[in-house]
Design a protein around this ligand. Structure first.
Ligand code: UT7
Length: 329
């Protein structure tokens, strides 16, 4: 059975940089609070781009690295919680815009774990021989849904926009995706969610929904933090155990960029140096499904890992969902 290899990777972030100083001007917050509580210094916000715009730009870079013509891609998986429209998803939009054939294309909504969930789905298709050239995108333009005022300052300073993409193909050696592990606990749905629009509401859209701000994301930050600090180390250990690997065998851990303090907690709980846990949250904030492919793409560019190294991806987010992947590059 062939294993799945990442043959191309790329990322794209909108040009518009929003610094902590910019946030200070529009809400009751401070650079000091944001930096010490989250590690974030700036993030990118779309001006007139959509999620699929960001996805196309990241995908183009991944395809160039993989030396694959868009016409040869045979499946698109687009992980996002901020698709351009309620339906259909972004995947079919990029199929058309990138000139791909009439291949399968679908969106995957697993929030911050969306990229690893997508990687796991793609891995099954490749291992089973059903598909041979899959494009997986993680992209978000979530600043559009957030309210930038003092009442919503917890979420407002945390989230950012961006996209990352990979091309997945069967490996011709022993390098590639070694394992993926997926988990969920739906008893925490309301700890990080955007309730509307949805089938829970009659009528679907109403003045009440808007007055009650059901269309704006809500987060129970402390509960998310507490669970993330437990689940990240747990799912990383699961990946290690499954592959008979020790932490010393891992060149780099690339976590979903949720909060620098969560990464510090994970490093402490695993007993590894913080340098082994990649972070670029200071530049982009939390970009949900895009954060892991952006981080992986930047870490590769920076030479933090290279051919033959084993890395672990790990994510935690809304749902709750959490996941890990072990990859021999
Ligand atoms: O990808 C998964 C998605 N989310 C996460 O991973 C987030 C996980 N949670 C967190 O990162 C943290 O809980 C936050 C960064 C969101 C908040 O940090 P915290 O240390 O847990 O703060 P807190 O919620 O306990 O709030 C402490 C204080 C509160 O003021 P009072 O009630 O003590 O007066 C907040 O109102 O900090 C206040 N606060 C802020 N102050 C300045 C909340 N947001 C801000 C802000 N600026 N932006």
């Amino acid at each position: 059975m062939k294993i799945t290899k990442i043959t191309g990777i790329g990322h794209y972030v909108p040009e518009n940089v929003v610094t902590n100083a910019d946030m200070e001007k529009i809400m009751d917050t401070s650079d000091e609070w944001i930096t010490t509580r989250t590690g974030i210094k700036e993030r990118r916000h779309v001006v007139d781009e959509t999620t699929s715009d960001l996805g196309v730009k990241a995908a183009e870079k991944a395809l160039i690295m993989a030396r694959i013509d868009p016409k040869d891609i045979d499946l698109i998986i687009f992980s996002t919680i901020s698709s351009d429209h309620y339906f259909p998803g972004c995947a079919t939009q990029i199929q058309d815009r990138m000139g791909m054939k009439n291949i399968g294309a679908f969106d995957l909504k697993a929030a911050c774990s969306g990229f690893i969930y997508g990687l796991s789905v793609a891995d099954q298709f490749i291992k089973s021989g059903v598909h041979e050239r899959i494009l997986l995108v993680g992209a978000e333009a979530q600043s559009v849904a957030i309210k930038f005022d003092s009442e919503h300052r917890d979420l407002a300073v945390l989230f950012g926009d961006g996209a990352g993409a990979v091309v997945l193909q069967p490996s011709d050696d022993d390098t590639g995706v070694l394992s993926t592990h997926l988990h969920s606990d739906g008893s925490h749905v309301e700890d990080l969610w955007m309730p509307a629009p949805g089938s829970s509401f009659r009528p679907f859209i109403s003045k009440e929904i808007i007055d009650d701000e059901m269309h704006i994301p809500y987060m129970n930050g402390r509960e998310v933090f507490k669970n993330a600090s437990i689940r990240f180390p747990e799912v990383i250990q699961e990946a290690l155990k499954h592959n008979n690997l020790a932490l010393e065998d891992i060149k780099l851990i690339i976590p979903h960029q949720a909060n620098l303090r969560i990464s510090q907690m994970v490093a402490k709980r695993l007993g590894v140096a913080l340098e082994k846990i990649y972070s670029n949250i200071h530049r982009y904030g939390n970009t949900t499904a895009a954060s892991i492919p952006i981080a992986m793409s930047e870490a590769l560019d920076e030479g933090k890992f290279s051919q033959g190294d084993t890395i672990i991806l790990a994510a935690f987010g809304s749902g709750f969902t959490w996941a890990s992947a072990a990859i021999k590059w």
